[in-house]
Design a protein around this ligand. Structure first.
Ligand SMILES: [Zn+2]
Length: 139
């Protein structure tokens, strides 16, 4: 078995990584976004959840191959937590893929105010040390 690579998601400081989350992060590290799907009712979660919110059944990971989305909603954060204060103001956006799945992430390359319905493209990011992986929206 391959050695476990130390990874964490850029949107959280939570270092308590479950095997399920570790698998999600390893896929993200390879530029693959994973959703989860409930084995019982089929409900999909993005970001993935290990257990279904409706029936607590086990969910399995499946790749999201869509990259293009539309801006569904957003907020502009003027007063950020200390860890993100160097980026403020920044935009947290909900993008919706053609499949209907929605994903919340920062938009990192805006040159003007966002508009609901504008095109977004999914991007991936790593910290210089390679330990932090994130996904983000690009315009
Ligand atoms: Zn379910």
């Amino acid at each position: 078995m391959a050695e476990k690579k130390e990874l964490y998601l850029g949107y959280t400081t939570d270092k308590a990584i479950t095997p399920f989350m570790q698998s999600f992060l390893e896929h993200l590290d390879q530029g693959r976004l994973m959703k989860s799907k409930c084995g019982k009712c089929g409900k999909e979660y993005l970001p993935p959840r290990q257990h279904c919110q409706k029936d607590m059944s086990e969910c399995t990971l499946a790749e999201v191959t869509e990259r293009d989305a539309k801006l569904y909603s957003y907020v502009i954060v003027d007063f950020a937590p200390e860890s993100l204060s160097s980026r403020q103001p920044y935009v947290v956006a909900i993008g919706q893929f053609p499949s209907g799945l929605k994903l919340t992430a920062h938009i990192t390359n805006l040159m003007s105010l966002p508009e609901v319905g504008m095109k977004l493209k999914l991007g991936f990011d790593k910290s210089p040390d390679g330990k932090m992986v994130t996904y983000r929206w690009l315009v």
